[in-house]
Design a protein around this ligand. Structure first.
Ligand SMILES: Cc1cc2nc3c(=O)[nH]c(=O)nc-3n(C[C@H](O)[C@H](O)[C@H](O)COP(=O)(O)O)c2cc1C
Length: 170
């Protein structure tokens, strides 16, 4: 798919069909995450792939926003590996993992899959359920799957600002 078509086609899918995501597609999505740029090439991202019935049961019990997806990615950061700005002292892990997540989201879209970026979660019970080590921080959750037949973009998808509302030419 052309890149412009991919970014126009993507919307947050909040209802999924039961069809499992093929392993070769999962590999391509993870490869997109691998190729994403990170600050000073730190590659602080870690990704947990939840696709077994046990793992999906656990995430559904601990996060209300997985929307029945047959595949859920947990995007984590090993923050101590991330670049820290010497000017602001800011650890860049949030930015790095966001780029990784966006790459995977767009790759999934290109493969005919739906996704929804999820930030509404309590990391404590999720990390406990999956035995996440203390040096990893859960940053983002990405449900992935084939959209249900009646899945539609929400009103929020249609409420994009005009370019002129957020761009300043100087
Ligand atoms: C950082 C981030 C966090 C988000 N968290 C959630 C979430 O927890 N639950 C949800 O349903 N959608 C979540 N979304 C999806 C946004 O609501 C959605 O992208 C926005 O409303 C635009 O709609 P669209 O993705 O359909 O274009 C999140 C998106 C981003 C980028």
């Amino acid at each position: 798919m052309e890149f412009e078509k991919v970014i126009r086609k993507r919307y947050s899918v909040r209802k999924y069909g039961q069809r499992p995501v093929e392993d070769w597609k999962i590999e391509k999505i993870l490869e997109a995450g691998r190729l994403a740029p990170t600050g000073k090439n730190s590659q602080c991202q870690r990704v947990y792939v939840l696709k077994s019935p046990e793992a999906l049961k656990k995430i559904r019990e601990n996060c209300i926003m997985t929307f029945g997806a047959p595949l859920v990615l947990l995007v984590l950061a090993k923050k101590e590996e991330a670049w820290v700005s010497p000017f602001t002292g800011r650890n860049i892990a949030e930015t790095d993992t966001s780029i990784v997540t966006d790459h995977m989201m767009l790759q999934a879209t290109d493969l005919g899959l739906g996704t929804c970026w999820v930030g509404y979660f309590d990391p404590v019970p999720i990390c406990a359920a999956f035995g996440v080590p203390e040096d990893l921080t859960l940053m983002h959750i990405l449900p992935i799957g084939y959209p249900a037949e009646d899945s539609e973009p929400s009103q929020m998808h249609l409420a994009s600002k005009k370019t002129s509302e957020f761009v300043t030419f100087l």
